[in-house]
Write a protein that binds this ligand. Structure first.
Ligand SMILES: NC(=O)c1ccc[n+]([C@@H]2O[C@H](COP(=O)([O-])OP(=O)(O)OC[C@H]3O[C@@H](n4cnc5c(N)ncnc54)[C@H](OP(=O)(O)O)[C@@H]3O)[C@@H](O)[C@H]2O)c1
Length: 158
């Protein structure tokens, strides 16, 4: 099964200039708690934005191209990857970015979103719109970093 995890602004802002918009150490800690020990699936641009491979997580990176695949699994065929994992009991976390969230949204059973109480007019990457009525919403907690408040919210598909 697929879950998605993302940190989004009020207008679903995700990123800017290839990186994150807000620096929220408590949210990075939350991301680590949620994803450690799991498989993580991402687009090549998100992989390239990481300072290093995420420890204790098996990486799957979606690309159309050949690239250095040391320590990671390359995925060239999204449909095949979805078919192989959609009905597995194991949870695979889709960790971005915008292109990959959009393509994977129909298959996601659970969304774990950090809803940030801030806006970024010059964002260039957005989380896809989704119908909240298709999901049960549960607030897992709230926090703030550097004066920016946010909530961790879980959406489970009905
Ligand atoms: N706020 C958050 O929670 C969060 C999380 C993750 C990322 N981000 C941000 O999001 C931005 C990156 O997102 P993005 O949308 O630009 O890129 P992305 O989704 O990370 O990666 C896009 C790349 O994935 C590959 N790809 C996508 N769909 C494919 C398909 N169907 N088949 C084969 N390859 C495919 C392509 O790689 P090739 O060009 O190699 O073919 C494409 O260029 C960054 O700013 C990052 O910081 C934010």
């Amino acid at each position: 099964m697929f879950s998605m995890i993302a940190a989004i602004g009020k207008n679903r802002e995700l990123g800017k200039n290839g990186g994150l918009i807000w620096q929220l150490p408590s949210d990075l800690k939350f991301f680590k708690e949620q994803t450690t020990g799991k498989k993580v699936f991402m687009g090549k641009r998100t992989f390239e934005s990481l300072p290093r491979k995420l420890p204790n997580r098996e990486h799957f990176v979606l690309t159309d191209e050949e690239m250095d695949s040391e320590g990671i699994n390359l995925v060239w065929d999204l449909d095949k990857f979805v078919k192989e994992h959609l009905n597995s009991e194991e949870e695979i976390f889709v960790i971005g970015g915008g292109m990959v969230y959009k393509q994977m949204l129909p298959y996601a059973k659970r969304l774990v979103l950090t809803e940030i109480n801030a806006e970024c007019p010059d964002a260039d990457t957005y989380f896809p719109e989704f119908n909240k009525q298709d999901f049960d919403r549960k607030v897992l907690g709230s926090n703030s970093d550097n004066g920016i408040s946010f909530e961790h919210v879980e959406y489970v598909r009905k």
